[in-house]
Ligand binder design. Structure first.
Ligand SMILES: [Fe+2]
Length: 453
């Protein structure tokens, strides 16, 4: 004799769970003697009546109460092969950094609609076992200054993964898991530091549906991660680690290859933020070039302080430098500006066009990074004063003060340079005051900010 069951006494979710528990509708019919059609009608009614609520997830807080902490953040596609070489180099670099200060790898998973019937919940996604210990699924607030939006699940085919995310992290910088590499500066009050969003790139290999959207996405698939370093006073830096074919990469003057970190590597090239020397920010100037204007004047010129140690130029020794919007930088740079180019003269370094300022676009139109991206060119330039990366086009920021009076309202200007490593990969370096990294004590690099005053 089947058990008596009052269908109406069960809530929708209880009824669904019960049907699942007994193994389906037919076993349910046999067990409880309730005709399947009655059950189906009740299930339909229950589903129609179902009211849902998904509570807002609370962010996880990662604080730095003393000293320094670092985070290596990237993403991974479900059911996809990991680039083991890159993961191994990230692990080697993490271990090396850990000798200086705590460093953690965090990987956000994303799913991709390769089958219409897949479950797209990230937590139930299947990720390579080598990633399991690094996987995170929550919104992570790092030291109150940078958010890792690991809860987001954005299709890898999205052409501008950061679009629509501008307000997602309130006034903090945002790191977004995505297979493409993009950087976007979001306007803030011009007397405050800009807010910059970066997407991570990923540690998994290409795995796209061979249709137009997938094939297009493949072109911009980026094997990369973002390193975040921050300290107890809230200073922070975020920059990309971009893998070569075997997974090796550079970070500042460091090269991570075959599981070993070596230091002292110089840069191929720097595209400085627009100089605007008359309006240059003294602290950023000092940290960039080792020289700094003062308010004193002698013989009709500003008096400059020279030989300030720990500057980018002395530390990174670039083979090439691109100076944008220079005005009167003539005699003050202690490094000669060699081989100055005429405007519009092509100048490629490796395969990247460095000869444009960025103010002119296509067929006489105004320059825009989106317009350049559509041409398929690989290029680095300045002009807009706001750092950005879109496709293979990188745009530096400015060295001018961020508030020049004439730039009214909110502003996305940033003190950012585009550096090009010896392997042809680039990195966006954004200054905070007179600092551009948190030094690793054993490796040197920029001294603490108080040393370069
Ligand atoms: Fe400019």
């Amino acid at each position: 004799m089947p058990k008596q069951l009052d269908l109406n006494s069960l809530s929708a979710s209880e009824l669904i769970a019960l049907v699942k528990e007994v193994g389906g509708q037919r076993p349910f019919e046999r067990k409880y003697g309730i005709p399947r059609t009655t059950l189906q009608a009740r299930l339909k009614k229950a589903r129609d009546e179902q009211w849902n609520h998904r509570p807002v997830l609370k962010p996880i807080e990662e604080r730095v109460d003393q000293g320094v902490r670092r985070f290596i953040l990237t993403s991974a596609q479900d059911r996809t092969v990991v680039h083991e070489g890159f993961l191994a180099q990230l692990e080697a670099y993490c271990a090396w950094l850990n000798e200086d200060a705590p460093c953690d790898i965090m990987i956000a998973g994303f799913t991709y609609n390769k089958s219409l019937f897949e479950d797209h919940a990230k937590r139930s996604g299947l990720f390579h076992h080598s990633l399991t210990k690094y996987l995170v699924f929550d919104h992570i607030n790092i030291n109150g200054v940078v958010d890792f939006c690991a809860e987001l699940n954005t299709r890898p085919t999205a052409s501008n993964p950061l679009n629509g995310c501008e307000n997602f992290t309130e006034d903090r910088w945002g790191i977004f898991p995505h297979a493409k590499l993009q950087i976007k500066s979001v306007p803030t009050h011009k007397q405050k530091q800009p807010k910059i969003l970066l997407s991570t790139g990923c540690v998994t290999r290409t795995n796209y549906v061979p249709l137009r959207a997938g094939i297009k996405a493949e072109l911009e698939h980026s094997l990369s991660a973002v390193l975040v370093e921050t300290d107890h006073i809230g200073k922070f830096f975020c920059r990309h680690l971009i893998a070569e074919e075997d997974g090796s990469f550079y970070d500042l003057d460091r090269r991570i290859s075959n599981g070993v970190v070596t230091t002292g590597h110089n840069l191929k090239s720097i595209t400085w933020g627009d100089l605007h020397v008359k309006q240059i920010d003294p602290e950023v100037c000092a940290a960039s070039f080792g020289i700094m204007p003062t308010n004193r004047r002698a013989n009709g010129h500003r008096v400059w302080v020279e030989n300030i140690p720990g500057s980018v130029i002395d530390t990174m020794r670039p083979e090439y430098q691109q100076f944008e919007d220079v005005s009167d930088f003539y005699a003050r740079n202690h490094h000669n500006i060699k081989n100055a180019l005429a405007p519009d003269q092509s100048h490629t370094i490796d395969d990247i066009e460095n000869g444009m300022h960025g103010h002119e676009g296509v067929n006489g139109s105004r320059g825009s990074i989106a317009g350049y991206r559509r041409t398929g060119i690989k290029a680095t330039f300045g002009h807009a004063h706001s750092c950005a990366v879109l496709g293979d086009v990188w745009q530096s920021g400015t060295k001018s003060k961020l508030d020049l009076g004439y730039n009214g309202g909110m502003s996305s200007w940033s003190h950012s340079d585009v550096w090009q490593y010896q392997n042809g990969h680039r990195v966006m370096i954004t200054f905070h005051g007179n600092a551009w990294n948190i030094p690793v004590e054993k490796a040197g690099l920029q001294k603490s900010s108080s040393d370069i005053k």
